[in-house]
Design a binder for this molecule. Sequence first.
Ligand code: GLN
Length: 546
Amino acid sequence: MPKYIFVTGGVVSSLGKGIACASIGLLLKSRGLKVTLQKLDPYINVDPGTMSPYQHGEVYVTDDGAEADLDLGHYERFTGQTMTKDNNVTAGRVYYSVITKERQGDYLGATVQVVPHITDEIKRCITKLAARDGVDIVICEVGGTVGDIEGLPFLEAIRQLRNEVGPGNALNIHLTLVPYIRAADELKTKPTQHSVGKLREIGLQADVLLCRTERSFSESVRGKIAQFCNVQPEAVIQALDVRDVYEVPLLFSKQGLDDTILRMLNLTCPKQDPENWRVNVVERALNPKKKVTLAVVGKYIQHQDAYKSIYEALRHGGLAMDAQVDVQRIDSEQLLKEGVAERLKGIQGVLIPGGFGHRGIDGKLEAIRHAREKGIPFFGICLGMQCAVIEFARNVCDMKGAHSTEFDKDTPYPVISLLEEQQGVKALGGSMRLGACTCKLRPKTKAAAAYGKDEVQERHRHRYEFNNAYREQMEKAGMVVSGVFEPGNLVELLELKGHPWFVASQFHPEFRSRPDLPHPLFRAFVAAALKTPHARRSRSKTAKSA
Ligand code: GLN
């Protein structure tokens, strides 16, 4: 019978619940268990696909085309498991399905209520994952903080499920904060006591506490937390700040968290450290031999998480090359005011990520022009690729006013446009080209060299496409179509002849990159950036001034 680990958060948000769940997932996987993870989001949106990145951070995309919470990215990166639509459930989705059933008359005249109808639907979503082939443990993370009104139906569903599966088959892990109060020179346990008390009011007893703290605490503090919160002392784990998030699983394992969990769930699995992770991820991340400076030019750069998977994938490319990646986040709207050449000085590679809407496009076009003309490695992703096409059309093919019809419906050269099947689409939710598609690679291109294959699967999230009416003209001018989706004859990858490394993809490779399995294109991009003469110039300059 599959077991359940429910993870809740207390005191404040942003304590790193997603990373904690992903880390526990990795540890249990290393012990030989088949783990899956699920994020329960208490908001009413059916999925985060319609939310602004300023609100929600990145929208993560799965192979099966779910527009999902970015925590699924942590789950995939840490555990290597492939997430699906079922791994992220929102209150909106739960209500949508209950209301649909009600309209169909499925409730046979009953009054439809939060308990039992909404809670039953939540339980169904959780147990559906557990019923998957061979799953030993479902780690189920509840978004938000205990005490939030909208989280209540989820916690009630968990309370019921715990009771149904019985002792030894489910446990609660609570992530909390133990703040350091400078004036008193003390770590304070009261917020944790309150938060655990709040959980208890709802009928849930925390079994394990992950205490986020900036200072390690003494045995007496541990004892106090254990006693007042009703948990065993060895189940009070110190989640100290680490140098690199990829260290978190090792920090937990050192404190025996995996042993404690297995004991509480009556499971016996041989002790096994995540050795591969330690050697190939953490040690590499902490001991880089080189440094490379890259720019991400986008419009959501102030938001910590808007390009989460891009930043992670760049780091992975760095891990593969033993290089520390210094990412300069450049606001594409500001770029023109500051001057492109000035702002991109010392930059060894430019990446333009995905995005929507016209704001900031001109800055992106100028950054691309600079990278193309100066031979600086360039990586365009989704909107980044579309911008590369617009820039090339305007400045190389002399198509004045070339644009995407997303930004200029009357452009004389619609080099990026909607496919017919997208033209009638009005609904915003889940209506883009989403999820994994096969991309056939053209031999002897940079992409084929990077992948070392002739066919790959990559994830999509976009509406607009390269307009094939301009393909011949652009190819004659030096653009190389290095990857296509053959069934629809859609351009998936582009590069430029005669440029050290200029690659742009319509798909989002960042979603498939793992720290222990860096994505080939990110690896090749970082490798190219490390070789730029530009880089050598900036290095010798540093050497001189030293
Ligand atoms: N806005 C563009 C489109 O819909 C690009 C989307 C993206 O970058 N994810 O095609």
